[in-house]
Design a protein. Structure first.
Length: 433
């Protein structure tokens, strides 16, 4: 499961680049063995041998070795930030339940890569994670194929009890399985065929209607579609019957944020305090963790959209049409307004020779004040929205972004400070019609 709350508000302008070595390693992920029958909930598991277990007393094990335990197989890799983020929590649950359960992370990546990860990853090491890990896996991934991670397989007394995301791994759910109770959790299944170049909606055979003379336009919305991991913002392509624009699996807030930023790019991300929901039920728009699991919320509230027109439209025309269409189809009004909001404001107190100071700071990252420091404040979601009022155009060197106090002290070296004050800023307001 993605790290949901932060990803909900993260916008198109910020990208993350994977280096060539990582891309090469990712490309080594094996395809499921077609000769192995996929296992589903309710199936008896074969007594296969699991090889190449690192950080464990034994390097090999049989599935029958765990017959008296709840075995949770956690498929993950080192490219999945939310998977890594979950490891300390899984380790804590392992310690809490002791020998009654076995949480077993599994990765297709090489032993060298995984050993280096556990040796060098500060996040995992600071939290003293002791979980073992199966490396270079081909077998388990064939019995339980997946496209999206994390992918969790629950096996108890030789039977597959559930297939979920990491969010379902809680003390309460573990105890439910150990108590022998039947669960009816949604089954995670992302092994579906999905072609983003094909229309979302099933259509009548083309020879049953005139596609050249009278076809005008259609648009519509479906709910969340399981198994789609398509990150591109808007698909735009040409069909035999017209010109198509579409997006997949976005929350309502994400959809309108994406559209408004494409129409009128902003220099900030949509901090939660920049979102004003004047609606009956806020849980339709934002995830409320005390009510349900993230994966359940996504399945219930994400949407897919498609519009096909007979004539081509330029980018601005298309985006404006989609924006208006979404408001009509969803029964909402989403717009930017100016509101007074409590902010963290970066101000300038005195003049400092920035170039001279930069020369003395041998380590750190050169950044623009309105860029990374403000983005750090907003992305953490621990503080009010960040605003830059320094007027500094050049780069400064910041050595540590780990906490607000440290950032403040470093900015003070450049004659700047961070204060809390109200400012009249752009906010997205969503109301219902």
């Amino acid at each position: 499961m993605i790290k949901f709350i932060k990803c909900l508000f993260l916008l198109v302008p910020f990208a993350f680049i994977v280096n060539a070595q990582q891309k090469t390693e990712f490309s080594k992920r094996p395809q499921p063995d077609p000769t192995i029958r996929n296992l589903n909930v309710g199936d008896q598991v074969p007594n296969v041998i699991i090889s190449k277990i690192i950080r464990n007393d034994k390097s090999n094990a049989k599935l029958s070795d765990f017959k008296d335990q709840l075995l949770i197989i956690d498929f993950w890799d080192t490219f999945c930030g939310s998977c890594i983020d979950a490891l300390p929590r899984l380790d804590t649950l392992q310690q809490q339940f002791g020998s009654r359960i076995k949480i077993l992370p599994v990765s297709y990546q090489s032993e060298a890569v995984m050993s280096a990860f556990f040796k060098n990853n500060n996040f995992v090491n600071k939290r003293n994670v002791k979980l073992p890990c199966v490396v270079e896996d081909k077998l388990l991934g064939s019995y339980f194929p997946y496209k999206l991670i994390s992918h969790e397989v629950w096996i108890y007394k030789g039977v597959v009890k559930a297939i979920t995301g990491t969010d379902y791994i809680t003390a309460k759910n573990i105890q439910t399985i150990l108590d022998g109770k039947t669960v009816k959790w949604p089954v995670k299944n992302d092994m579906v065929n999905f072609d983003p170049k094909k229309p979302i909606f099933a259509q009548t055979e083309a020879d049953q209607y005139n596609t050249t003379g009278h076809f005008l336009k259609y648009s519509g919305i479906t709910g969340h579609r399981e198994g789609i991991d398509y990150k591109k913002a808007i698909v735009y392509d040409t069909l035999a019957t017209g010109y198509r624009s579409a997006f997949y699996n976005k929350s309502i807030v994400q959809a309108f944020t994406m559209m408004t930023f494409l129409l009128n790019p902003k220099t900030f991300i949509l901090h939660p305090d920049r979102l004003i929901l004047e609606v009956k039920d806020k849980s339709r728009y934002v995830y409320e963790k005390e009510k349900k699991f993230p994966s359940d919320w996504l399945s219930e509230h994400e949407i897919c959209y498609e519009m096909v027109s007979a004539k081509p439209m330029d980018k601005k025309e298309r985006l404006e049409y989609i924006y208006s269409d979404l408001q009509h189809l969803l029964g909402v009004n989403a717009r930017w307004e100016k509101r007074d909001v409590n902010c963290l404001v970066i101000i300038k107190n005195k003049e400092v020779n920035i170039d001279s100071l930069n020369a003395t700071r041998k380590t750190g990252k050169k950044v623009i004040v309105s860029g990374i420091p403000v983005f750090y404040l907003d992305q953490s979601e621990q503080y009010p929205p960040g605003i830059d009022e320094t007027g500094i155009k050049g780069q400064i060197v910041i050595q540590d972004f780990s906490n607000l106090d440290g950032l403040k002290k470093q900015l003070q070296l450049y004659g700047c400070d961070i204060i809390e004050a109200k400012r009249n800023i752009d906010v997205m307001v969503i109301t219902e019609k």
